[in-house]
Ligand binder design. Structure first.
Ligand code: GLU
Length: 503
């Protein structure tokens, strides 16, 4: 059933987000699948900005999309480019004319292509495939209300369909251009993922193509651009599947051959509702901020609706390109399990070379001291689920003395009166200790000393760990002492002794 381009047809796919302020995790998957498909078939991947809904476009939206794709390593072959110097950028988010971008089919920003859409809308009028509609918003609203009361689907009733389409009709009045959808018959197409589909024409609304503000609607601009940009495959979210019959009718009306379509399964919360904020963050930026690695996030979204092998979950981008197959994408919605993302991220963190990890974690640590950061990161690398966890997990290294409730110094099996003398004995031992100050040496020496003094391991090591970290749970005390150094270790023990005396 897989319909990949014939040998002669070049694979050209596109990712056309609207600059609404952030990139949704579902959009990242769409971008990624398009990218994988293009790379797998030696084709081209195009970024196009769909900003014709002016109310929804936000300043900085384009920049944030481009930066996020850059972060994710999803490189596009054609598309808009950001102005090189932010200081020189004029008020438009891209800078004037920068929608031209790289590639031969620009501009790649729809608001810079308005004349093109106008030309095709007028062509459709001339061919009687579209018509001017001068119905007022008030009439349309009354129509909608009446249809709702009658429990009918809300749609345009075609009042202007019969008019002459002359320019006279629209003189001095506000108008839109609507597609003249056939009233009979069916619109059929084949989707690579969903198979053969057909829709009754009589149920399809006379879609607005040009709005009264002179801007095209998504439907017109999308079809015109996909055709002019020579798109071979449209790979997008399932939420657009219901628009597809309109698009097919538009291709027909314009006399163009439609591309192939693949509508990707919806992303779902664990209760099978559509993925929303309730389950977790949905903006890719939020994941970047929390310190998810790009390899992990890419791996995670790649498997939302597609898993080439039952026995494997970690894939490099090259493996994904190799394995990617639209025919293997599931039809049914994909439940997004963020625990799996944490697991994947932890796994990528554990396997990352330490120096690389340190560079990535520096923004999460309150220090510029790379040597110290390296030690702290090495200590946490095994446990870390995401880079942002590091700030909290290692905070106690970067304060003068950590503060904590004195009660937590008490080892559960020993009386509270023993805490201060035990810590004092340890302090005296360490202050006389002149062996190597590293975790292994400290561990052997302290354990031997405990044995010689016939003390319990817990009654010494528990308060020592709390004194050094200020926490109930932390890495072993020897590792912490090694990183803190002798002076800071002794200072923390002295502070703990003072607290313990008041217990
Ligand atoms: N601009 C649409 C969006 O924001 C594009 C949908 C499509 O791929 O056709 O997702």
């Amino acid at each position: 059933m897989q319909m990949i381009a014939k040998a002669t047809e070049k694979v050209r796919v596109r990712f056309p987000p609207s600059p609404t302020g952030f990139l949704h995790i579902g959009s990242l998957r769409t971008a990624l699948y398009n990218y994988l498909f293009a790379r797998k078939h030696g084709g081209e991947f195009i970024l196009r900005i769909e900003d014709t809904d002016r109310a929804r476009s936000v300043p900085g939206g384009v920049e944030s999309i481009i930066r996020t794709l850059e972060w994710a390593g999803i490189e596009y072959d054609e598309g808009p480019q950001l102005a090189p110097s932010p200081g020189l950028r004029p008020s438009s988010p891209l800078g004037r004319g920068e929608g031209e971008g790289k590639g031969e089919h620009g501009p790649y920003v729809q608001s810079e292509r308005l004349d093109i859409y106008k030309k095709y809308a007028e062509q459709l009028i001339k061919k009687s495939k579209a018509y001017y509609c001068t119905c007022t918003p008030q009439r349309l609203e009354e129509l909608r209300q009446a249809q709702m009361e009658r429990k009918e689907p809300t749609r345009y009733d075609g009042q202007c369909r019969k008019l002459s389409n002359s320019k006279l009709q629209i003189a001095n009045s506000s108008y839109v251009i609507r597609l003249k959808v056939p009233r009979t018959g069916k619109t059929k197409f084949e989707d690579i993922i969903h198979g053969k589909l057909e829709f009754e024409n009589k149920l399809i609304d006379d879609q607005v193509l040009m709005k009264s503000d002179g801007y095209p609607t998504y439907h017109l601009a999308n079809v015109v651009d996909d055709h002019l940009m020579k798109i071979s495959h449209v790979i997008r979210g399932e939420e657009w599947l219901s628009s597809n019959p309109k698009h097919i009718l538009l291709y027909k009306a314009l006399g163009w051959k439609p591309p192939q379509f693949a509508h990707l399964p919806l992303l779902l919360n664990s209760d099978h509702s559509k993925l929303s904020k309730r389950q977790g963050d949905v903006a890719v930026e939020d994941y970047i901020k929390k310190g998810y690695l790009r390899e992990a996030l890419i791996n995670f979204v790649a498997l939302l609706g597609f898993n080439p092998r039952a026995d494997k979950e970690l894939y490099t981008i090259d493996e994904l390109i190799d394995e990617f197959d639209l025919a293997k994408v599931n039809k049914s919605g994909a439940v997004v399990n963020f625990e799996k993302l944490d697991w994947m991220n932890g796994s990528y963190i554990r396997h990352m070379p330490l120096d690389e990890l340190v560079t990535l974690t520096m923004p999460f640590l309150p220090t510029d001291d790379m040597k110290l950061a390296r030690k702290v990161v090495a200590l946490e690398q095994e446990r870390l689920k995401k880079l942002s966890d590091l700030s909290e997990a290692t905070e106690f290294f970067f304060v003068e003395i950590p503060h904590y409730e004195p009660e937590i110094l008490i080892w559960k099996k020993s009386p509270k009166e023993s805490v201060a003398p035990n810590l004092q004995a340890l302090h005296d031992f360490l202050s006389d200790y002149d062996g190597t100050w590293d975790a292994n040496a400290l561990e052997s020496a302290i354990k031997l000393w405990i044995e010689q003094k016939s003390r319990g391991v817990g009654e010494i090591l528990w308060p020592m760990r709390v004194a050094l970290s200020g926490r109930l749970a932390s890495p072993p005390p020897f590792d912490i002492a090694a990183i803190l150094g002798k002076t800071r270790t002794l200072a923390r023990l002295e502070y703990a002794i003072k607290l313990a005396k008041k217990l």
